[in-house]
Design a protein around this ligand. Structure first.
Ligand code: AMP
Length: 516
């Protein structure tokens, strides 16, 4: 059954059950809840309008944060056979314009923003969305929506050139991911209509895990708005009343919560599963979770946006946590093969370290309108006599005991608080700022984790007051970079060290950082 068929079945079975509830700090003007029946009928109606009014089959941008209307827009696009591209409100305008330039969408659905922000494409604001979603339309014919190669969504990730790359995901990829996701840990029990937590913004693919496993299992999604994530007291109150069964987040977010001793199974008695993805899951996080949530299982999963959220998974029991440090990221899912490859592309033996290459049925067909980057990272290969897509992750790792072990990056991509960042993306955007001749950013590690980022700047003219100049630069950088990419510290230098082949000498800069 495809995800759309499953959504319809769930809506027919229990139209009055809540499918989506928004928990936020600020008072919401519009709706904060949606039932299964409403999701089905509003998305059918809006999809009917989209089909009648869109002239091309280009993707549709859905611009907003976590209003329930985001969900209606996603499903309406999927029913109208248009891929959707979620863009969070926190993405700076210049970056949004970069995405629009790459995507060239025919339409933007903006349930939480003013359409005046966009002049390049047709845009519907919340009033128009509500109006068109209220016009009765025939239910979408789901039998016409089964082509596994049709695109279902696109997610833009940090790109080393300074322009984000649009990862295209097909219906087949998504259905294959969901099928496996439902088996994570001891499995997701549809009969219990589990309550899932959504923490990541929809423009990050981690959100696909909670959103689609919830939709498939007929559950309820509790979406935690960004403002609430910054207020522990109110956040914990929301946790307490939400009845969450399946927790989905980066390990970083769980660590923030664990820093408060009140984060335990008394606060959240319903939690059965912690599903993690996106960055290293430290052993100490697992130990704390086992102690605080006696009956919950902890699952580590691994994967890039380019292969639909995650492709390996393991339940980290007490035994696993004691046996391995660092923890494995799990065994590959059905339909996926992990190859560990040397620089020349040959496949290495178990126990040998090399680049992790993902082969199989959740690999994206490539980046949107970006042949160069697609060619670099994606290729076709043969597996079990079938031609399948493969993706070079840029991650280092090895296979041992049937498990994949992650061992850092080959390139300059990092994870900071769960966010994927190409260091060159920051540098190229800093160099757009007035008076910046060159920029090099260096991650600052503690206990193997990136804690923050420092930028070394070679200015056109050395500032008299470096502190003030640093504050100003950070402020100006917000024009191009999301908050999480802004370096914490700015150091001005008359020159930046270079290696023999003329590249920025990152090792020398990292050594300088240690001395600062
Ligand atoms: P994203 O596309 O944002 O999901 O980021 C994908 C990257 O995050 C991967 O290529 C890895 O570098 C990293 N990553 C994902 N899952 C894990 C994990 N369980 N442990 C360590 N790193 C991970």
């Amino acid at each position: 059954m495809t995800f759309l068929e499953k959504i319809r079945q769930n809506a027919l079975n229990d139209p009055d059950r809540i499918v989506y509830r928004l928990e936020s700090k600020s008072e919401q003007k519009g709706r904060t809840e949606l039932t299964w029946g409403e999701l089905e009928s509003l998305s059918d109606n809006l999809s009917g309008w989209l089909k009648d009014n869109l002239k091309t089959d280009l993707p549709v941008v859905v611009y907003g944060h976590k209003t329930p209307w985001m969900l209606v827009c996603f499903i309406a696009c999927a029913k109208a056979k248009r891929a959707y591209c979620p863009v969070d409100l926190s993405v700076p305008r210049e970056r949004v314009l970069g995405i629009l330039d790459s995507l060239k969408p025919e339409m933007i659905l903006a349930p939480e923003a003013d359409c005046e922000l966009f002049d390049s494409a047709k845009c519907l604001d919340i009033n128009s969305i509500k109006e068109y979603a209220a016009i009765k339309s025939e239910p979408a014919d789901l039998s016409t929506l089964t082509d596994t190669e049709d695109l279902v969504y696109l997610i833009y990730t940090s790109g080393s050139t300074g322009t984000p790359k649009g990862v295209q995901i097909t219906r087949g990829c998504l259905d294959n991911f969901i099928k496996w996701g439902m088996t994570l840990g001891s499995g997701i029990r549809e009969s219990e209509h589990p309550v899932f937590m959504n923490q990541a913004p929809f423009s990050f693919d981690l959100s696909v895990m909670d959103l689609y496993l919830c939709l498939y299992s007929g559950g309820t999604l509790i979406a935690i708005a960004k403002d609430l994530q910054g207020d522990m007291k109110l956040l914990f109150e929301a946790f307490n009343r939400s009845g969450i069964n399946v927790w989905v987040s980066t390990p970083s977010f769980a660590n923030i919560c664990l820093s408060d001793p009140k984060f335990d199974d008394e606060l959240m008695p319903g939690v059965q599963k912690f599903l993690f993805c996106g960055e290293t899951l430290p052993n100490h996080t697992v130990s704390k979770l086992h102690a605080a949530f006696k009956n919950a299982e902890v699952v580590n999963t691994y994967g890039p946006t380019e292969s639909t959220v995650a492709v390996t998974g393991i339940t980290v029991t007490k035994e696993v946590n004691e046996k391995y440090e660092p923890l494995p990221v799990g065994a590959p899912k059905e339909g996926t093969k992990i190859r560990i490859c040397s620089e020349d592309g040959s496949v290495l033996e178990d126990g040998e370290y090399g680049e992790i290459v993902i082969v199989g049925d959740t690999v994206s067909p490539g980046y949107r309108n970006n042949e160069e980057q697609t060619k670099k990272a994606f290729f076709m290969t043969t597996e079990n006599k079938k031609t399948v897509r493969a993706y070079r992750t840029g991650d280092k790792g090895c296979m041992r005991d049937g498990q994949l072990f992650y061992a850092g990056r080959i390139d300059l991509q990092i994870k900071l608080h769960g966010f994927r960042i190409e260091l060159e993306d920051i540098e190229n955007n800093l160099m757009k700022l007035d008076g910046v001749e060159r920029a090099a950013v260096i991650p600052n590690y503690r206990d193997g984790e990136v804690r923050n980022i420092t930028a070394y700047i070679m200015p056109a003219v050395m500032p008299e007051d470096s502190f003030k100049a640093g504050v100003k630069l950070r402020e100006e950088a917000k024009k191009y970079l999301p908050e999480y990419m802004i370096p914490k510290k700015i150091i001005f230098k008359e020159t930046l060290p270079v290696t023999n082949n003329g590249k920025t000498d990152r090792k020398a800069l990292a050594a300088m950082l240690d001395r600062h």
